[in-house]
Ligand binder design. Structure first.
Ligand SMILES: Cc1cc2nc3c(=O)[nH]c(=O)nc-3n(C[C@H](O)[C@H](O)[C@H](O)COP(=O)(O)O)c2cc1C
Length: 496
């Protein structure tokens, strides 16, 4: 038996002759739940809505039940209304066998399209972007390309998933189904297709629904991350679930860590004429080769001060229960959270010994955490090996670059962002955006100071964990940046 019923979060209210259906959906810009209004609703429609709300209606009886109540025109009208509710992502579609509910299509967004069972000659297969997660009722299959979750509740259907990994035809599906569900094989395949987890194959034996994303080179992880953090419509029921998971006070802006000794940094000194903003922007470039003079503690201090020192400690959202400690720095950060800390692998710098240091942005000093241990050496080596991949550096091949005087590692205190964004799910996306903001700030300030800046793409969270001794779930590295004095060939802003 195949049945439709309203999903969680749908409510119906009467407003005179009109019916207001409130949906579980809202937008990121307006958290108010969206509503649909059915004007001048007649009795058969009211009855249909009530049934969808209570026990649901059998899909093959959709038209039969109301027909008893009204004319063919009304019945057609009801079918259209039902389709509209389905498209709007308000209806669960489920199939039942003798073991109870076998599978359910659970909408998580509007925009569903009902797909008929394909022709016997058509091949179809599982989308390559699907993920499978166990849940209390069975297995949830999701795809960043689909506005649904497909829940397999009857474990006897699990082998189907394995079969659907390769292209199959209708004839190969029916023998895999348990006897009580075999008669419904067309409905089952139609449900798989409607869920967006399975698609008809094209000539390249890919599910046609995947083709655009495959051509554009998307991988599953990126597509899921993108979909999760950039979607416009949100499901309030899902958000409430996420919100319930974290209920702790926000972590403070200042964090304690084990420091062996502290090295104060000189107060910043910049001559006004060195700092024409538009000239700095024009001159900014990546420089990957260094001269033999190490950078000085004064230059390093200037770089850190003008990039990330704490100007002011503030209370953000003071009027809300979620109020939290924020910071103001020269660089911007989403929500003023500034969860990214800077660690410095100093190989050589005049005025300070080599080692791993943490930059204390409040007191403008460096806290020594360890000597330049093996993991630090490995991080410096990794920086060299991933340098010179710049498009304009064709003359230098990878691996022939120089170690920088200082490798700056950006590490995030994930929890600081997580508590604020437990509801929106944007935590990691915003951390990466903050990292981007720091990259550009370091580039511009380093250019202004006549230093050689180079952002890096490759970094190792494991090496940072080994070097710092900080568990990566507490603080994890999300970016690296190299600094040195530019080689002779590179005109710096100061010497021009
Ligand atoms: C986030 C980021 C990552 C980068 N990764 C690397 C890298 O791994 N290796 C490298 O040699 N350059 C790297 N760069 C530097 C770019 O290759 C460089 O910005 C680009 O080639 C343009 O050159 P320009 O900075 O001189 O304008 C990176 C830059 C950024 C912003």
């Amino acid at each position: 038996m195949s049945r439709y019923l309203f999903r969680e979060g749908v409510n119906i209210n009467n407003d005179g002759n009109n019916i207001i259906i409130s949906t579980p959906y809202a937008t990121r810009s307006s958290p108010k739940q969206q509503t649909l209004c059915v004007k001048d609703a007649k009795e058969p429609l009211k009855k249909l809505l009530q049934n969808l709300f209570l026990d649901g209606i059998e899909s093959n009886q959709t038209l039969k039940t109301p027909e008893k109540l009204a004319s063919t025109t009304t019945s057609l009208d009801l079918e259209l209304q039902l389709q509209a509710l389905y498209k709007a992502g308000l209806l669960i579609h489920e199939i039942e066998g003798s073991h109870g509910i076998a599978m359910r299509l659970l909408p998580i967004n509007p925009g569903l399209k009902q797909q008929p069972c394909p022709d016997i000659n058509n091949e179809f297969k599982l989308s390559r972007f699907t993920s499978i997660e166990p849940c209390l009722e069975g297995l949830d299959i999701t795809s960043p390309l689909a506005p649904t979750t497909l829940r397999l509740q009857d474990h006897r259907l699990y082998p189907l998933i394995q079969r659907l990994v390769s292209p199959c035809k209708l004839a190969s599906i029916s023998p895999l189904l348990p006897e009580d569900l075999r008669t419904q094989y067309r409905d089952i395949i139609s449900l798989f297709l409607s869920s967006g987890m399975v698609g008809i194959c094209n000539s390249e034996h890919n599910a046609e629904i995947d083709q655009e994303a495959i051509r554009a080179g998307w991988n599953k992880q990126d597509l899921s991350f993108h979909n999760h953090t950039r979607r416009h419509i949100i499901d309030r029921c899902q958000e409430e679930l996420l919100h319930r998971n974290i209920n702790r006070p926000p972590p403070p802006a200042r964090n304690q860590r084990i420091i062996l000794s502290t090295v104060p940094l000189p107060q910043p000194k910049i001559k006004k004429q060195d700092a024409d903003f538009y000239q700095i922007i024009r001159k900014r470039q990546t420089i990957r080769s260094y001269n033999s003079n190490p950078i000085t503690l004064e230059a390093l201090g200037n770089l850190l001060w003008y990039s990330v020192h704490t100007r002011e400690e503030i209370i953000c959202d003071p009027a809300l229960p979620r109020s939290y400690e924020g910071l103001l720095k020269p660089v911007a950060s989403a929500g003023g959270l500034h969860s990214i800390e800077l660690y410095l692998c100093i190989k050589q710098c005049i005025g300070i010994g080599s080692g791993l240091y943490h930059y204390d942005s409040f007191d403008h000093c460096l806290g020594k955490m360890s000597e330049l241990n093996n993991p630090c050496q490995n991080m410096l080596e990794m920086a060299v090996n991933t340098t010179c991949r710049g498009p304009q550096s064709a003359s230098i091949s990878p691996g022939q670059g120089q170690q920088p005087d200082v490798l700056i590692v950006m590490a995030t205190r994930y929890e600081r962002n997580a508590i604020l964004h437990s509801e929106t799910g944007l935590t990691y996306a915003l951390i990466l955006k903050d990292a981007g903001s720091i990259y550009q700030q370091l580039y511009l300030v380093a250019t202004a100071l006549g230093l050689a800046p180079c952002g890096l793409s490759f970094g190792s969270s494991e090496l940072f964990e080994q070097a710092s001794g900080i568990p990566s779930k507490i603080e994890c590295s999300v970016g690296e940046f190299m600094i040195g004095n530019p080689s002779q060939g590179h005109s710096s802003l100061m010497t021009k």
